[in-house]
Design a protein around this ligand. Structure first.
Ligand SMILES: Cc1cc2nc3c(=O)[nH]c(=O)nc-3n(C[C@H](O)[C@H](O)[C@H](O)COP(=O)(O)O)c2cc1C
Length: 172
């Protein structure tokens, strides 16, 4: 994979996670890929950051709490089935790498692996996490996302490295 300077990375932030989804990998002893479509890219504390939103019911939640690093992996369209598996099965019950037909490969800047064959990988160090507080929801319609009251924890990761295997996300 080719390392991109962060100002070379080209994203469509309102399309990418919502429409294409991504694989969030947490944990370094027993890493686990989980499909995500909620999150963001930006700047915080003068650092380039990725934010991901993870419900406490996910196996990934414990992994992110116990090891402060993660990778966010944008995979080619042909891997949609793998995204379905990683978004419906839990690492508590199964080895999702095997079930989804994907493989971890060593990251370059963090101990958590990335997904082999990803088109873009953002390797992140968790700077902070915070829990969404429903008492601060201004739009009551937001509650419809939480019939089980499993409000997301937000993990804010500093992007330590961006790596691309295609030209789609950065200069060729
Ligand atoms: C398209 C899609 C997007 C998802 N986005 C999120 C998300 O942003 N946050 C979250 O907590 N769960 C999200 N999920 C649900 C998890 O991926 C799913 O519950 C998964 O089985 C959890 O895996 P784990 O238990 O191995 O962590 C999404 C699922 C799909 C199919």
């Amino acid at each position: 994979m080719r390392r991109l300077a962060l100002d070379e990375v080209r994203l469509r932030p309102f399309h990418l996670l919502d429409q294409e989804w991504a694989l969030l990998v947490g944990g370094c002893g027993k890493p686990n890929p989980m499909t995500v479509s909620w999150g963001g890219f930006g700047t915080l504390w003068n650092k380039p950051v990725v934010t991901v939103y993870v419900r406490p019911t996910r196996f990934t939640f414990g992994l992110l709490n116990s090891h402060p690093e993660f990778t966010l992996n944008l995979v080619p369209g042909g891997l949609r089935e793998a995204l379905d598996v990683c978004g419906s099965r839990s690492g508590r019950d199964t080895d999702k790498w095997e079930e989804a037909g994907i493989a971890p490969e060593a990251s370059e800047t963090v101990a958590v692996p990335r997904v082999a064959g990803a088109e873009l990988v953002l390797e992140c160090r968790t700077l902070a996490s915070l829990d969404l507080d429903p008492a601060r929801f201004l739009d009551p319609a937001l509650e419809k996302h939480y019939p089980d009251k499993d409000y997301h924890r937000v993990f804010i990761g500093e992007v330590l490295g961006a790596f691309a295997s295609s030209d789609r996300f950065g200069a060729g």
